[in-house]
Design a protein around this ligand. Structure first.
Ligand code: ATP
Length: 490
C-alpha cells in the first residue's frame, strides 16, 4: 500500500527534480513566493491548458480574455475590495506574531473557525480571544484586539509627483472581466447565457502563508464569469458545480480526496445567493480538507456596482483619486437601462445579468495534482518514487534513451526524439544506467519511456515501458507516434 504522503516529501521532490524553487533563493529566499523550475513550468502550463481547453475551447458559450494587472482604482472601490478586502488579525502580546483571527484555535476544542468572509476595513472588532492559542509561541488568550489588515498591495503609477497615483495589484482577475463585459458584448456575437474566462496572476498580502504553494502572496487564478438571465441562475450554478468537480476527477484526482463544501448562510458575502467550495484533502493544515476552488452565485452585484463606479468618476477626479474620500454614487433609478445591462432581442427584455463564478487557484490545484499523484513503492528491495500524473498534465510525455552509447543507438534515439518532439514534450537522456534513467522519469511523472536497444537495428522496434505498471512492450518505430497519440489520448 502507498505510504501516506507528507508535504515534506513533496517539497523535497519538487526541489530535487526542479519542479518548484523558493523565490530569490540565492538571497536567502523571499517568504511565500515561489518559482517554477523546468518540470514545474510544464506541469503548471498543462494544468492551465487543461482548464482553458475545458472551460473555453470545448464550449461555444465561453470566450477568453487577458486583462492587465493594473486597473483604474475605482474598479476596486466599486467591487468593494478597497473598503472590505481585509482580514481580521490579532497580535500576540508575548511574541508579536500576527495571526488571522479565523485561523486561531481554541485551546480546549482545538477548533478554528475558518472560512469567514473578509471584513470591513474601517472599524476594528471586539471578539473574545481569551481561549485562543498563539500558533507561534503557544501563549493563551494574550492577544491585542483584532484589527483589519488590508490585503491589497499598493503601488505608484506615473513619474511626476503631481500626476502620480496609487494603484493596486489586482487581488483577483474577475474584476477585469466585469470591466470588459460591455466590450465583449459589443465586439463578439455572444448572447446570454455566455461566459468570459481568464487566467492570470493575482496578489494578496496574506497574513499567514505557509504550506508551500497552497497560500502565497503572488499566485495565479483561473476564473470564469458566466452571465445568465436572472431566474436561470440556480440551474447554471448546478451546471458549473458539476463541470468543475468533474474537471478535477478527469485530470486524475482521486474521488475520495475531493468533496463539495456548501457555505453556511452567515459565511456568504451579502450579495451572494449561494457558494460552494471544491475541497481537496491535503496532507496538512487544520482538518486536511482545504479549498481548491470557490463556485459562487454572485447575482447581478458586480455589474450593478460598476455602473455605480462609472457614475462616480467625476467625484474621483475632484478628490484627485483619493479613494478614502469617495463615496460610491447611488444606483441610478433606471439602472436596468445602464451601460452594463443586457437587452434580450428575442424576449424584448432588458436586465442586469446574474453571474455564476467558478474561481480556481492554478498553483493550489498544481499542488493538489502533485500530492495526489505522489506515490512510493518497493521494487526489488528499492523504493521507487513516482508521480502518477494523468497524461494531460504530465510535464514530459516520453523519455527517449539509447540503451548504450554505441552501435548507432544514440543516433537512432535522437532521430526518434526529433520525430516526436514537435508533437509531444519529450526528454532525451543518455546518461547513467538505464534503471536510473527510468527512475528519473518516474519521479518526473513521465508516462512512457522509449529505449533503443540491440534489437532495434535488426527489426526497427523499440522497447516502450509504461510508468505505472512498468510493463514493457515492443513497438515499431514508425508506429510510435500513433501508439503514443492513442495511449496519451492527445
Ligand atoms: P482563502 O479563504 O483560502 O483565503 P478565498 O476564499 O479568499 O481563499 P477566493 O477569493 O475564493 O479565495 O479565490 C479563489 C481561489 O483562488 C481559491 O479557491 C484558491 O484556489 C485561490 N487562492 C486564493 N488565495 C490564494 C493564495 N493566497 N495563494 C494561492 N491561491 C489562492
Amino acid at each position: 500500500m502507498a505510504k501516506l504522503t507528507k508535504l515534506d516529501d513533496i517539497v523535497s521532490l519538487c526541489k530535487r527534480r526542479g519542479f518548484i524553487f523558493q523565490s530569490s533563493e540565492i538571497y536567502g529566499g523571499l517568504a511565500s513566493c515561489y518559482d517554477y523550475g523546468p518540470l514545474g513550468v510544464e506541469l503548471k502550463n498543462n494544468v492551465k491548458k487543461a482548464w482553458w481547453k475545458n472551460v473555453v475551447q470545448m464550449r461555444d458559450d465561453v470566450v477568453g480574455l487577458d486583462c492587465s494587472i493594473l486597473m483604474h482604482p475605482l474598479v476596486w472601490k466599486a467591487s468593494g475590495h478597497a473598503d472590505h478586502f481585509a482580514d481580521l488579525v490579532a497580535e500576540c502580546k508575548k511574541c508579536n506574531t500576527r495571526t488571522r483571527v479565523d485561523h486561531l484555535k481554541d485551546k480546549a476544542t482545538d477548533s478554528a473557525q475558518e472560512h469567514t468572509e473578509h471584513v470591513a476595513i474601517a472599524p476594528g472588532a471586539t471578539q473574545d480571544l481569551s481561549k485562543k492559542v498563539c500558533p507561534s509561541c503557544g501563549a493563551t488568550g494574550n492577544f491585542t484586539q483584532p484589527m483589519p489588515f488590508k490585503l491589497m498591495f499598493e503601488t505608484q503609477m506615473g513619474a511626476n509627483i503631481e500626476d502620480s497615483m496609487t494603484l493596486y495589484l489586482r487581488p483577483e482577475t474577475a474584476q477585469g472581466i466585469f470591466a470588459n463585459f460591455r466590450n465583449v458584448l459589443d465586439t463578439t456575437r455572444v448572447k446570454i447565457p455566455f461566459g468570459i474566462a481568464q487566467i492570470g496572476k493575482s496578489f494578496r498580502n496574506e497574513v499567514t502563508t505557509k504550506a508551500f504553494i497552497f497560500r502565497t502572496r503572488e499566485f495565479e487564478q483561473a476564473e470564469l464569469e458566466f452571465f445568465c438571465e436572472p431566474g436561470t441562475d440556480d440551474k447554471w450554478f448546478e451546471h458549473w458545480k458539476e463541470q468543475r468537480f468533474n474537471w478535477y476527477l478527469n485530470l486524475g484526482l482521486k474521488k475520495e480526496n475531493l468533496r463539495f463544501r456548501e457555505h453556511e448562510k452567515d459565511e456568504l458575502a451579502h450579495y451572494a445567493k449561494g457558494c460552494v467550495d471544491v475541497e481537496y484533502k491535503f496532507p496538512f493544515g487544520s482538518g486536511d480538507w482545504q479549498e481548491l476552488e470557490g463556485i459562487a452565485n454572485r447575482t447581478d452585484y458586480d455589474l450593478r456596482q460598476h455602473q455605480r463606479g462609472m457614475r462616480t468618476l467625476n467625484a474621483w477626479y475632484e478628490t484627485k483619486g483619493d479613494l478614502s474620500k469617495i463615496k460610491l454614487k447611488e444606483e441610478a433609478e433606471d439602472y436596468l437601462k445602464g451601460p452594463l445591462s443586457y437587452f434580450d432581442d428575442e424576449k424584448k427584455a432588458r436586465y442586469i445579468p446574474y453571474v455564476i463564478e467558478p474561481s480556481a487557484g492554478m498553483d493550489r490545484s498544481t499542488l493538489a495534482f502533485l500530492v495526489d499523484a505522489y506515490d512510493e513503492e518497493e521494487v526489488r528491495g528499492e523504493t521507487r518514487n513516482i508521480l502518477r500524473f494523468s497524461s494531460a498534465i504530465a510535464p514530459t510525455k516520453a523519455g527517449i534513451f539509447p540503451l548504450v552509447n554505441k552501435d548507432g543507438m544514440p543516433e537512432t534515439a535522437r532521430n526518434i526524439f526529433n520525430d516526436l518532439k514537435g508533437r509531444f514534450n519529450c526528454a532525451y537522456d543518455e546518461k547513467g544506467a538505464i534503471g536510473r534513467r527510468y527512475r528519473r522519469q518516474d519521479e518526473a511523472g513521465t508516462p512512457f519511456c522509449i529505449t533503443v536497444d540491440g534489437q532495434t537495428a535488426q527489426d526497427q522496434t523499440v522497447t516502450v515501458r509504461e510508468r505505472d505498471s512498468m510493463n514493457q512492450i515492443r513497438v515499431a518505430i514508425d508506429q510510435l507516434k500513433a501508439y503514443l497519440r492513442d495511449k496519451l489520448d492527445m
